[in-house]
Design a protein around this ligand. Structure first.
Ligand code: PDD
Length: 287
C-alpha cells in the first residue's frame, strides 16, 4: 500500500501530492506547522498541539482552516489510510496561494492545508534512547519569535546538519548570555549537580514545547524538583544527566555535549524514568 497525504481537501498518493508553486509557505515560509506523536493510532498531547496551532495561526493572522473537530478527523484519516499505529503526524497550514508579494494578499485566500504521516520503528527508537545521543552547541541566530511554530526553519536546518556532520543527533542554540535556549527540534534539559531538573523558561525566545509542558506535570507528580532556570553548555557537561524533549524525540537522554561526556557518559536513571513516565502518560491520554 502506497503512502497517502492530505492536500487541501483531498487524500492523494504521497508521490503525487503537491502544492501550488505560489503557495506562500513554499515561497515565503508564510506557514505554521505541528507534529503529534502517535501511539496506537491516537494523537499524543492532542490538546496542547491544537492550542499551540491556534496560537501560531493567530500570531500570524492566518485564519483557522477548519474546526478542531474536522482537523482531528483529517489527522486520524491520514493515519488510518497509512495504517500507522505508532509514529508521527505532520500538519502544515500556509496563508494560501497568491501572486508573490511580501504583504498579505489583498483579496482573501483560503489557507492551504497539508497532512502527512510516518511510522516510527518502536524498537529502534527505544534502542536509541537506551544508548543516548550526543549534542553540539551553536550560537543562537534565529529570529525573535521562536514561540511561533513556523516552517521558517533555515537556522534549525543548518544547525541540525552541523550536528549530523559531527556525529551528533541535535544542536543546542546558545544565546548571547552563554545560556542554552533549546535544540533545533527539541527542548533542552539537565539534571544539575544539586538534583534539580532544569529547562529554559518560556519568557526566553523558545518554542513552548508541548512535550516540555506535559513533562513538567509528570515531574511534579513524581515529586522531583524542577526549576526553569537556564543553564550553560559547561553546566550541562557538569550535570548529572541531560536530555531533550519533543514530539519526535519524546524524552531522549543526552550523553555528550560538544564531545564531552555528561555525568558518566551514559543515559541517567532520571531521564530513563521520565521517558517511561512520559510515554505511559501520552499513551493513556492519547485521543
Ligand atoms: N519540533 N523546539 C523546537 C525548535 C522544535 O522544533 C520542537 C518540535 C520542540 C519541541 O516541541 P514539542 O514538544 O511540542 O514537539 C522544541 C518538531 C517535533 C519538529 O520540528 O519536527
Amino acid at each position: 500500500m502506497g503512502r497517502i497525504a492530505y492536500v487541501n481537501g483531498r487524500y492523494t498518493p504521497h508521490a503525487e501530492a503537491a502544492v501550488h508553486i505560489e503557495d506562500r509557505g513554499y515561497q515565503l515560509a508564510d506557514a505554521v506547522y505541528e507534529v503529534w506523536a502517535v501511539f496506537d493510532g491516537k494523537l499524543a498531547d492532542a490538546e496542547g498541539h491544537f492550542a499551540r496551532l491556534s496560537r501560531s495561526l493567530g500570531e500570524l493572522r492566518i485564519p483557522e482552516p477548519m474546526s478542531r473537530g474536522a482537523l482531528t478527523v483529517v489527522l486520524r484519516e491520514v493515519l488510518r489510510r497509512n495504517r500507522i499505529r505508532n509514529g508521527m503526524v505532520y500538519l502544515q497550514v500556509s496563508r494560501g496561494v497568491a501572486p508573490r508579494d511580501h504583504a498579505f494578499p489583498t483579496a482573501p485566500v483560503s489557507p492551504a492545508v497539508v497532512v502527512t504521516a510516518k511510522a516510527v520503528d518502536h524498537a529502534a527508537a527505544e534502542a536509541k534512547a537506551a544508548k543516548g545521543v550526543s549534542v553540539i552547541t551553536t550560537p543562537e541566530n534565529r529570529w525573535g519569535r521562536c514561540d511561533i511554530k513556523t516552517v521558517g526553519l533555515l537556522p534549525n536546518v543548518l544547525a541540525k546538519q552541523a550536528a549530523k556532520e559531527r556525529g551528533a543527533a541535535e544542536a543546542w542554540f546558545v544565546d548571547e548570555m552563554g545560556l542554552v535556549t533549546e535544540g533545533a527540534s527539541s527542548n533542552a534539559w539537565i539534571l544539575d549537580r544539586d538534583g534539580v531538573l532544569r529547562t529554559r523558561d518560556t519568557n526566553a525566545n523558545i518554542l513552548r514545547g508541548v512535550t516540555r509542558l506535559t513533562l513538567l506535570e509528570v515531574i511534579r507528580e513524581a515529586g522531583l524538583t524542577v526549576s526553569e532556570k537556564p543553564f550553560s553548555p559547561a553546566e550541562a557537561v557538569e550535570a548529572r544527566e541531560a536530555f531533550i524533549t519533543g514530539a519526535g524525540s519524546l524524552v531522549l537522554p543526552v550523553v555528550q555535549v560538544d564531545g564531552k561526556p555528561v555525568g558518566e557518559g551514559l543515559p541517567g536513571p532520571v531521564a530513563k524514568r521520565l521517558r517511561a513516565l512520559y510515554i505511559q502518560r501520552a499513551k493513556n491520554t492519547a485521543v
